[in-house]
Design a binder for this molecule. Structure first.
Ligand code: EPZ
Length: 419
Protein backbone atom coordinates (compact mmCIF):
# COMPACT_ATOMS: atom_id res chain seq x y z
CA UNK A 1 0.00 0.00 0.00
CA UNK A 2 1.11 3.59 -0.60
CA UNK A 3 1.26 6.56 1.76
CA UNK A 4 1.48 10.32 1.18
CA UNK A 5 4.06 12.46 2.94
CA UNK A 6 3.11 16.16 3.10
CA UNK A 7 5.35 18.96 4.35
CA UNK A 8 2.75 21.55 5.33
CA UNK A 9 2.79 25.33 5.23
CA UNK A 10 3.71 25.93 1.59
CA UNK A 11 1.33 28.43 -0.05
CA UNK A 12 -0.07 27.38 -3.43
CA UNK A 13 0.42 29.41 -6.58
CA UNK A 14 -0.25 28.64 -10.23
CA UNK A 15 -2.63 26.63 -12.41
CA UNK A 16 -4.15 23.20 -11.74
CA UNK A 17 -6.05 21.25 -14.40
CA UNK A 18 -8.90 18.98 -13.25
CA UNK A 19 -9.83 15.69 -14.87
CA UNK A 20 -13.18 14.31 -15.99
CA UNK A 21 -15.69 13.49 -13.26
CA UNK A 22 -15.48 10.00 -11.72
CA UNK A 23 -19.21 10.10 -10.95
CA UNK A 24 -20.06 10.98 -14.55
CA UNK A 25 -17.59 8.57 -16.19
CA UNK A 26 -18.99 5.53 -14.34
CA UNK A 27 -22.59 5.79 -15.67
CA UNK A 28 -21.36 6.76 -19.15
CA UNK A 29 -19.18 3.65 -19.24
CA UNK A 30 -22.11 1.50 -18.08
CA UNK A 31 -24.31 3.05 -20.80
CA UNK A 32 -22.08 1.59 -23.53
CA UNK A 33 -23.73 -1.79 -22.74
CA UNK A 34 -26.98 -0.45 -24.17
CA UNK A 35 -25.99 -0.43 -27.84
CA UNK A 36 -23.78 -2.41 -30.23
CA UNK A 37 -21.11 -0.59 -32.19
CA UNK A 38 -18.10 1.43 -31.09
CA UNK A 39 -18.64 4.18 -28.51
CA UNK A 40 -16.15 7.00 -28.08
CA UNK A 41 -15.73 8.59 -24.62
CA UNK A 42 -13.41 11.55 -24.04
CA UNK A 43 -12.10 13.02 -20.76
CA UNK A 44 -12.53 9.74 -18.87
CA UNK A 45 -10.28 9.98 -15.79
CA UNK A 46 -7.77 7.18 -15.17
CA UNK A 47 -8.78 6.10 -11.64
CA UNK A 48 -9.10 2.88 -9.66
CA UNK A 49 -12.89 3.07 -10.04
CA UNK A 50 -12.91 3.66 -13.79
CA UNK A 51 -10.41 0.80 -14.23
CA UNK A 52 -12.75 -1.41 -12.17
CA UNK A 53 -15.71 -0.45 -14.37
CA UNK A 54 -13.69 -1.27 -17.51
CA UNK A 55 -12.89 -4.71 -16.04
CA UNK A 56 -16.61 -5.24 -15.40
CA UNK A 57 -17.46 -4.27 -19.00
CA UNK A 58 -14.80 -6.66 -20.33
CA UNK A 59 -16.48 -9.43 -18.33
CA UNK A 60 -19.76 -8.72 -20.14
CA UNK A 61 -18.05 -8.90 -23.55
CA UNK A 62 -17.11 -5.28 -24.23
CA UNK A 63 -13.69 -4.69 -25.79
CA UNK A 64 -11.94 -1.34 -25.39
CA UNK A 65 -8.74 0.55 -25.93
CA UNK A 66 -7.46 3.95 -24.86
CA UNK A 67 -5.67 6.29 -27.30
CA UNK A 68 -2.50 8.14 -26.27
CA UNK A 69 -4.62 11.27 -25.82
CA UNK A 70 -6.82 9.38 -23.33
CA UNK A 71 -9.80 8.88 -25.66
CA UNK A 72 -11.59 5.60 -24.86
CA UNK A 73 -13.04 3.46 -27.66
CA UNK A 74 -15.45 0.74 -26.48
CA UNK A 75 -17.02 -1.88 -28.75
CA UNK A 76 -20.23 -3.42 -27.39
CA UNK A 77 -21.20 -5.57 -30.40
CA UNK A 78 -20.99 -8.67 -28.26
CA UNK A 79 -22.59 -8.43 -24.81
CA UNK A 80 -23.14 -12.07 -23.94
CA UNK A 81 -22.62 -12.28 -20.20
CA UNK A 82 -24.78 -10.69 -17.52
CA UNK A 83 -22.99 -11.50 -14.25
CA UNK A 84 -20.94 -8.94 -12.26
CA UNK A 85 -18.64 -10.84 -9.94
CA UNK A 86 -18.44 -10.39 -6.17
CA UNK A 87 -14.67 -9.88 -6.51
CA UNK A 88 -15.15 -6.71 -8.57
CA UNK A 89 -18.41 -5.42 -7.06
CA UNK A 90 -17.00 -5.58 -3.50
CA UNK A 91 -14.34 -3.03 -4.55
CA UNK A 92 -16.78 -0.59 -6.12
CA UNK A 93 -20.45 -0.35 -5.16
CA UNK A 94 -21.14 1.81 -8.23
CA UNK A 95 -21.03 -1.52 -10.11
CA UNK A 96 -24.77 -1.49 -9.41
CA UNK A 97 -24.96 0.87 -12.42
CA UNK A 98 -24.77 -2.13 -14.79
CA UNK A 99 -28.18 -3.42 -13.65
CA UNK A 100 -30.25 -1.08 -15.83
CA UNK A 101 -28.26 -1.41 -19.06
CA UNK A 102 -27.95 -5.23 -18.79
CA UNK A 103 -31.70 -5.59 -18.21
CA UNK A 104 -32.32 -3.28 -21.17
CA UNK A 105 -29.93 -5.10 -23.52
CA UNK A 106 -30.26 -8.74 -22.40
CA UNK A 107 -33.33 -8.90 -20.15
CA UNK A 108 -31.09 -10.41 -17.48
CA UNK A 109 -28.62 -9.10 -14.86
CA UNK A 110 -26.88 -10.82 -11.97
CA UNK A 111 -24.92 -8.46 -9.77
CA UNK A 112 -23.38 -9.26 -6.41
CA UNK A 113 -25.31 -7.24 -3.83
CA UNK A 114 -22.91 -4.38 -3.05
CA UNK A 115 -21.89 -4.34 0.58
CA UNK A 116 -22.01 -1.21 2.67
CA UNK A 117 -19.00 0.99 2.91
CA UNK A 118 -17.34 3.23 5.48
CA UNK A 119 -19.84 6.04 5.02
CA UNK A 120 -23.05 4.06 5.31
CA UNK A 121 -25.19 0.98 4.60
CA UNK A 122 -25.71 2.18 1.01
CA UNK A 123 -28.80 0.02 0.23
CA UNK A 124 -30.03 -0.32 -3.37
CA UNK A 125 -33.73 -0.72 -2.62
CA UNK A 126 -34.68 2.31 -4.74
CA UNK A 127 -32.81 0.76 -7.69
CA UNK A 128 -34.51 -2.65 -7.44
CA UNK A 129 -37.95 -1.17 -6.67
CA UNK A 130 -37.77 1.07 -9.75
CA UNK A 131 -36.53 -1.74 -11.99
CA UNK A 132 -39.24 -4.04 -10.62
CA UNK A 133 -41.86 -1.39 -11.43
CA UNK A 134 -40.54 -1.47 -15.01
CA UNK A 135 -41.18 -5.22 -15.11
CA UNK A 136 -38.10 -6.91 -13.63
CA UNK A 137 -38.44 -10.01 -11.44
CA UNK A 138 -35.66 -10.11 -8.80
CA UNK A 139 -34.30 -13.01 -6.78
CA UNK A 140 -31.62 -12.83 -4.10
CA UNK A 141 -29.43 -15.83 -4.74
CA UNK A 142 -26.16 -16.49 -2.84
CA UNK A 143 -25.66 -12.76 -2.26
CA UNK A 144 -26.39 -11.91 -5.88
CA UNK A 145 -29.25 -9.71 -7.05
CA UNK A 146 -30.59 -11.71 -10.00
CA UNK A 147 -33.01 -9.79 -12.26
CA UNK A 148 -35.00 -11.05 -15.26
CA UNK A 149 -37.31 -9.11 -17.59
CA UNK A 150 -38.94 -10.14 -20.88
CA UNK A 151 -39.23 -6.58 -22.05
CA UNK A 152 -39.32 -3.62 -19.70
CA UNK A 153 -42.51 -1.54 -19.77
CA UNK A 154 -42.73 2.17 -19.08
CA UNK A 155 -44.30 3.33 -15.81
CA UNK A 156 -43.94 6.05 -13.17
CA UNK A 157 -41.01 5.67 -10.76
CA UNK A 158 -40.96 7.91 -7.68
CA UNK A 159 -37.80 8.27 -5.55
CA UNK A 160 -38.34 8.83 -1.81
CA UNK A 161 -34.80 10.29 -1.83
CA UNK A 162 -33.37 11.72 -5.10
CA UNK A 163 -30.83 8.90 -5.53
CA UNK A 164 -28.05 9.76 -8.01
CA UNK A 165 -27.17 6.26 -9.25
CA UNK A 166 -30.78 5.21 -8.71
CA UNK A 167 -31.92 7.85 -11.20
CA UNK A 168 -29.14 6.79 -13.59
CA UNK A 169 -30.12 3.10 -13.39
CA UNK A 170 -33.80 3.79 -14.07
CA UNK A 171 -32.90 6.10 -16.99
CA UNK A 172 -30.81 3.34 -18.58
CA UNK A 173 -33.56 0.79 -18.03
CA UNK A 174 -36.31 3.05 -19.44
CA UNK A 175 -34.68 4.14 -22.71
CA UNK A 176 -35.72 0.95 -24.56
CA UNK A 177 -38.73 0.03 -22.43
CA UNK A 178 -42.12 -0.27 -24.14
CA UNK A 179 -44.01 3.02 -23.67
CA UNK A 180 -43.23 6.06 -21.54
CA UNK A 181 -41.54 6.26 -18.14
CA UNK A 182 -41.82 9.18 -15.73
CA UNK A 183 -39.09 9.50 -13.09
CA UNK A 184 -40.29 11.73 -10.24
CA UNK A 185 -38.09 13.28 -7.53
CA UNK A 186 -35.14 12.45 -9.79
CA UNK A 187 -31.65 13.53 -8.77
CA UNK A 188 -30.49 16.76 -10.47
CA UNK A 189 -26.70 16.40 -10.18
CA UNK A 190 -24.78 17.54 -13.30
CA UNK A 191 -23.65 13.92 -13.79
CA UNK A 192 -27.28 13.00 -14.56
CA UNK A 193 -27.43 15.60 -17.35
CA UNK A 194 -24.14 14.25 -18.70
CA UNK A 195 -25.68 10.76 -18.93
CA UNK A 196 -28.89 12.13 -20.50
CA UNK A 197 -26.82 13.90 -23.18
CA UNK A 198 -25.03 10.64 -24.03
CA UNK A 199 -28.28 8.62 -24.11
CA UNK A 200 -29.90 11.23 -26.39
CA UNK A 201 -26.83 11.04 -28.66
CA UNK A 202 -27.50 7.28 -28.79
CA UNK A 203 -31.08 7.91 -29.97
CA UNK A 204 -32.97 7.96 -26.66
CA UNK A 205 -35.96 10.25 -26.17
CA UNK A 206 -35.59 12.00 -22.79
CA UNK A 207 -37.05 15.32 -21.61
CA UNK A 208 -36.78 17.22 -18.30
CA UNK A 209 -32.94 17.47 -18.23
CA UNK A 210 -31.75 19.28 -15.05
CA UNK A 211 -35.22 18.97 -13.47
CA UNK A 212 -36.61 16.53 -10.89
CA UNK A 213 -39.16 15.08 -13.33
CA UNK A 214 -37.70 13.13 -16.27
CA UNK A 215 -39.81 11.71 -19.10
CA UNK A 216 -38.41 8.84 -21.19
CA UNK A 217 -40.24 7.64 -24.33
CA UNK A 218 -38.95 4.13 -25.04
CA UNK A 219 -37.38 3.39 -28.44
CA UNK A 220 -36.71 0.00 -30.04
CA UNK A 221 -32.96 0.34 -30.36
CA UNK A 222 -30.05 2.64 -29.67
CA UNK A 223 -26.76 3.15 -31.51
CA UNK A 224 -23.22 3.76 -30.35
CA UNK A 225 -22.32 7.38 -29.66
CA UNK A 226 -19.57 9.82 -28.71
CA UNK A 227 -19.72 11.51 -25.30
CA UNK A 228 -17.50 13.84 -23.29
CA UNK A 229 -17.23 13.39 -19.52
CA UNK A 230 -17.91 16.67 -17.66
CA UNK A 231 -15.20 18.12 -15.41
CA UNK A 232 -14.99 16.72 -11.89
CA UNK A 233 -16.72 19.25 -9.63
CA UNK A 234 -15.58 17.41 -6.49
CA UNK A 235 -11.92 17.45 -7.56
CA UNK A 236 -12.39 21.15 -8.42
CA UNK A 237 -13.89 21.84 -4.99
CA UNK A 238 -11.11 19.91 -3.29
CA UNK A 239 -8.48 22.14 -4.91
CA UNK A 240 -10.48 25.27 -4.02
CA UNK A 241 -10.51 24.18 -0.39
CA UNK A 242 -6.81 23.30 -0.44
CA UNK A 243 -5.94 26.82 -1.68
CA UNK A 244 -8.26 28.37 0.92
CA UNK A 245 -6.68 26.29 3.69
CA UNK A 246 -3.00 26.89 3.05
CA UNK A 247 -3.28 30.31 1.32
CA UNK A 248 -1.96 31.60 -1.97
CA UNK A 249 -3.52 32.08 -5.39
CA UNK A 250 -4.60 29.18 -7.61
CA UNK A 251 -6.39 29.05 -10.97
CA UNK A 252 -8.29 25.78 -11.48
CA UNK A 253 -8.56 25.06 -15.19
CA UNK A 254 -10.81 22.87 -17.41
CA UNK A 255 -13.54 23.00 -14.75
CA UNK A 256 -17.20 24.03 -14.72
CA UNK A 257 -17.70 26.94 -12.26
CA UNK A 258 -21.50 26.66 -12.53
CA UNK A 259 -21.40 23.18 -10.96
CA UNK A 260 -20.23 24.50 -7.57
CA UNK A 261 -22.83 27.10 -6.52
CA UNK A 262 -23.02 26.11 -2.84
CA UNK A 263 -19.28 25.77 -2.18
CA UNK A 264 -18.58 29.06 -3.97
CA UNK A 265 -21.14 30.85 -1.80
CA UNK A 266 -19.79 29.32 1.42
CA UNK A 267 -16.19 30.25 0.56
CA UNK A 268 -17.26 33.84 -0.15
CA UNK A 269 -18.88 33.93 3.30
CA UNK A 270 -15.68 32.51 4.82
CA UNK A 271 -13.74 35.44 3.38
CA UNK A 272 -12.08 33.78 0.40
CA UNK A 273 -11.72 35.71 -2.88
CA UNK A 274 -13.16 33.79 -5.83
CA UNK A 275 -13.54 34.77 -9.47
CA UNK A 276 -14.20 32.69 -12.58
CA UNK A 277 -14.42 32.48 -16.35
CA UNK A 278 -16.24 29.95 -18.54
CA UNK A 279 -13.92 27.06 -17.67
CA UNK A 280 -11.76 28.23 -14.77
CA UNK A 281 -12.10 29.30 -11.13
CA UNK A 282 -9.59 31.56 -9.35
CA UNK A 283 -9.17 31.18 -5.57
CA UNK A 284 -7.14 33.68 -3.56
CA UNK A 285 -6.35 33.89 0.15
CA UNK A 286 -3.62 36.29 1.02
CA UNK A 287 -3.62 36.73 4.78
CA UNK A 288 -7.34 37.48 4.91
CA UNK A 289 -9.03 36.16 8.01
CA UNK A 290 -10.92 32.88 7.62
CA UNK A 291 -14.43 33.07 9.07
CA UNK A 292 -16.38 30.10 10.45
CA UNK A 293 -19.38 29.18 8.27
CA UNK A 294 -22.14 26.60 8.89
CA UNK A 295 -22.87 23.98 6.22
CA UNK A 296 -25.62 21.41 5.70
CA UNK A 297 -25.16 18.81 2.95
CA UNK A 298 -28.11 18.46 0.55
CA UNK A 299 -28.84 16.99 -2.88
CA UNK A 300 -27.70 19.17 -5.81
CA UNK A 301 -27.71 22.15 -6.06
CA UNK A 302 -27.26 22.10 -2.28
CA UNK A 303 -23.85 21.68 -0.61
CA UNK A 304 -22.37 18.37 -1.88
CA UNK A 305 -21.84 15.64 0.68
CA UNK A 306 -18.66 14.73 -1.25
CA UNK A 307 -17.10 18.06 -0.17
CA UNK A 308 -18.23 17.92 3.48
CA UNK A 309 -15.04 16.35 4.83
CA UNK A 310 -12.77 18.71 2.91
CA UNK A 311 -14.78 21.75 4.05
CA UNK A 312 -14.54 20.57 7.64
CA UNK A 313 -10.74 20.51 7.34
CA UNK A 314 -10.87 24.18 6.35
CA UNK A 315 -13.22 25.13 9.19
CA UNK A 316 -10.79 23.74 11.80
CA UNK A 317 -8.63 26.81 11.06
CA UNK A 318 -11.40 29.42 10.85
CA UNK A 319 -12.12 32.10 13.46
CA UNK A 320 -15.17 30.91 15.39
CA UNK A 321 -17.27 27.78 15.56
CA UNK A 322 -19.00 26.15 12.57
CA UNK A 323 -21.72 23.50 12.57
CA UNK A 324 -21.43 20.96 9.77
CA UNK A 325 -24.53 18.78 9.27
CA UNK A 326 -24.45 15.65 7.10
CA UNK A 327 -27.94 14.80 5.85
CA UNK A 328 -27.13 12.33 3.04
CA UNK A 329 -25.11 9.52 4.65
CA UNK A 330 -25.40 8.15 8.17
CA UNK A 331 -21.71 7.69 8.90
CA UNK A 332 -19.73 10.28 7.01
CA UNK A 333 -17.66 11.66 9.91
CA UNK A 334 -14.88 9.06 9.81
CA UNK A 335 -12.39 11.87 9.08
CA UNK A 336 -13.14 13.61 12.43
CA UNK A 337 -10.98 11.26 14.53
CA UNK A 338 -8.09 11.69 12.08
CA UNK A 339 -8.44 15.50 11.96
CA UNK A 340 -8.32 15.50 15.77
CA UNK A 341 -4.90 13.79 15.55
CA UNK A 342 -3.73 16.88 13.65
CA UNK A 343 -4.96 19.12 16.48
CA UNK A 344 -8.51 19.91 15.34
CA UNK A 345 -11.16 20.59 18.00
CA UNK A 346 -14.32 18.84 16.76
CA UNK A 347 -17.18 17.16 18.59
CA UNK A 348 -19.97 15.15 17.01
CA UNK A 349 -23.60 15.63 17.99
CA UNK A 350 -25.76 13.19 15.99
CA UNK A 351 -25.65 14.20 12.33
CA UNK A 352 -23.75 17.40 13.12
CA UNK A 353 -20.11 18.11 13.82
CA UNK A 354 -19.28 21.15 15.97
CA UNK A 355 -15.97 22.51 14.69
CA UNK A 356 -14.33 24.92 17.11
CA UNK A 357 -11.87 26.78 14.86
CA UNK A 358 -8.63 28.66 15.52
CA UNK A 359 -6.73 25.38 15.57
CA UNK A 360 -3.10 25.51 14.52
CA UNK A 361 -2.83 22.08 12.95
CA UNK A 362 0.38 20.07 13.49
CA UNK A 363 1.53 17.23 11.26
CA UNK A 364 0.97 13.61 12.38
CA UNK A 365 0.51 10.09 11.07
CA UNK A 366 -3.13 9.69 9.97
CA UNK A 367 -5.12 7.04 8.15
CA UNK A 368 -7.47 7.36 5.18
CA UNK A 369 -10.82 5.68 5.86
CA UNK A 370 -12.76 6.49 2.70
CA UNK A 371 -12.31 8.46 -0.50
CA UNK A 372 -13.36 11.94 0.55
CA UNK A 373 -12.05 11.59 4.11
CA UNK A 374 -8.60 11.03 2.58
CA UNK A 375 -9.01 14.23 0.55
CA UNK A 376 -9.89 16.02 3.79
CA UNK A 377 -6.63 14.85 5.35
CA UNK A 378 -4.69 16.15 2.32
CA UNK A 379 -6.31 19.59 2.71
CA UNK A 380 -5.47 19.61 6.43
CA UNK A 381 -1.93 18.27 5.88
CA UNK A 382 -1.14 21.03 3.38
CA UNK A 383 -1.98 23.63 6.04
CA UNK A 384 -0.57 21.83 9.10
CA UNK A 385 2.91 22.72 10.34
CA UNK A 386 5.46 19.93 9.99
CA UNK A 387 5.06 16.56 8.31
CA UNK A 388 1.74 14.73 7.81
CA UNK A 389 1.79 11.11 6.71
CA UNK A 390 -1.43 9.67 5.25
CA UNK A 391 -1.61 5.87 4.98
CA UNK A 392 -4.04 3.58 3.06
CA UNK A 393 -3.82 5.76 -0.03
CA UNK A 394 -5.86 3.31 -2.11
CA UNK A 395 -8.93 5.15 -0.82
CA UNK A 396 -7.68 8.40 -2.38
CA UNK A 397 -6.70 6.70 -5.65
CA UNK A 398 -10.31 5.68 -6.24
CA UNK A 399 -11.28 9.25 -7.06
CA UNK A 400 -8.16 11.37 -7.63
CA UNK A 401 -5.58 10.87 -10.35
CA UNK A 402 -1.95 12.05 -9.86
CA UNK A 403 -3.07 14.30 -6.96
CA UNK A 404 0.43 14.73 -5.52
CA UNK A 405 1.76 15.69 -8.99
CA UNK A 406 -0.92 18.34 -9.47
CA UNK A 407 -0.32 19.80 -5.99
CA UNK A 408 3.47 19.87 -6.36
CA UNK A 409 3.06 21.80 -9.60
CA UNK A 410 1.57 24.70 -7.61
CA UNK A 411 4.15 24.68 -4.82
CA UNK A 412 3.06 21.99 -2.38
CA UNK A 413 5.65 19.59 -0.95
CA UNK A 414 3.99 16.19 -1.32
CA UNK A 415 5.44 12.78 -2.21
CA UNK A 416 4.11 9.25 -2.45
CA UNK A 417 5.97 6.35 -0.82
CA UNK A 418 5.43 2.62 -0.38
CA UNK A 419 4.17 1.82 3.13
C1 EPZ B 1 -23.65 8.94 -5.60
O1 EPZ B 1 -23.78 7.80 -4.76
C2 EPZ B 1 -22.16 9.21 -5.69
N1 EPZ B 1 -21.50 8.07 -6.31
C3 EPZ B 1 -21.59 9.46 -4.29
O2 EPZ B 1 -20.21 9.79 -4.45
C4 EPZ B 1 -22.32 10.67 -3.70
O3 EPZ B 1 -21.85 10.89 -2.39
C5 EPZ B 1 -23.83 10.39 -3.67
O4 EPZ B 1 -24.29 10.09 -5.01
C6 EPZ B 1 -24.63 11.58 -3.16
O5 EPZ B 1 -24.39 12.70 -3.96
C7 EPZ B 1 -21.58 7.91 -7.66
O6 EPZ B 1 -22.21 8.70 -8.35
C8 EPZ B 1 -20.86 6.73 -8.24
P1 EPZ B 1 -27.52 8.18 -3.52
P2 EPZ B 1 -25.21 7.04 -4.66
O7 EPZ B 1 -28.22 7.00 -4.06
O8 EPZ B 1 -25.96 7.16 -5.92
C9 EPZ B 1 -29.89 6.37 0.18
C10 EPZ B 1 -17.92 9.68 -3.96
O9 EPZ B 1 -17.25 10.01 -2.96
N2 EPZ B 1 -30.31 5.31 -0.74
O10 EPZ B 1 -27.79 9.52 -4.12
O11 EPZ B 1 -24.95 5.69 -4.10
C11 EPZ B 1 -28.39 6.36 0.43
O12 EPZ B 1 -28.06 5.44 1.47
C12 EPZ B 1 -19.22 8.94 -3.81
O13 EPZ B 1 -17.57 9.95 -5.15
C13 EPZ B 1 -31.21 4.35 -0.29
O14 EPZ B 1 -31.64 4.36 0.86
O15 EPZ B 1 -25.95 7.92 -3.55
C14 EPZ B 1 -28.13 7.79 0.82
O16 EPZ B 1 -28.47 7.97 2.17
C15 EPZ B 1 -19.54 8.64 -2.34
N3 EPZ B 1 -31.59 3.37 -1.15
C16 EPZ B 1 -29.11 8.59 -0.05
O17 EPZ B 1 -30.11 7.64 -0.45
C17 EPZ B 1 -31.14 3.32 -2.45
O18 EPZ B 1 -31.55 2.42 -3.21
C18 EPZ B 1 -28.50 9.20 -1.31
O19 EPZ B 1 -27.75 8.19 -1.94
C19 EPZ B 1 -30.20 4.29 -2.87
C20 EPZ B 1 -29.81 5.29 -2.00
Amino acid sequence: MDKLIIEGGHRLSGEIRVDGAKNAALPLLAATLLAPGTHCLVNVPDLRDTRTMLKLLEGFGVSWHRDDDGTLWLNADTVDNFEASYELVKTMRASVLVLGPLLSRLGRARVSLPGGCAIGARPINFHTAGLAALGTEFFLDEGYVDGRAQRLSGTTVYFDIPSVTGTENILMAAVMARGTTLIKNAAREPEIANLIDMLVNMGAKISGRDSDILEVVGVDELSAARAAVIPDRIETGTFMLAAAAVGGEVKIMDCCPGHLPALTEKLHLAGIDIDHGDDWIGVRRNGSELKAVDVKTMPYPGFPTDLQAQFMALMTMARGTSIITETIFENRFMHVAELRRLGADISIDGHSAVVRGNSNLHGAHVMATDLRASASLVVAGLAASGITEISRLYHLDRGYSRLEEKLCRVGAKVRRERE
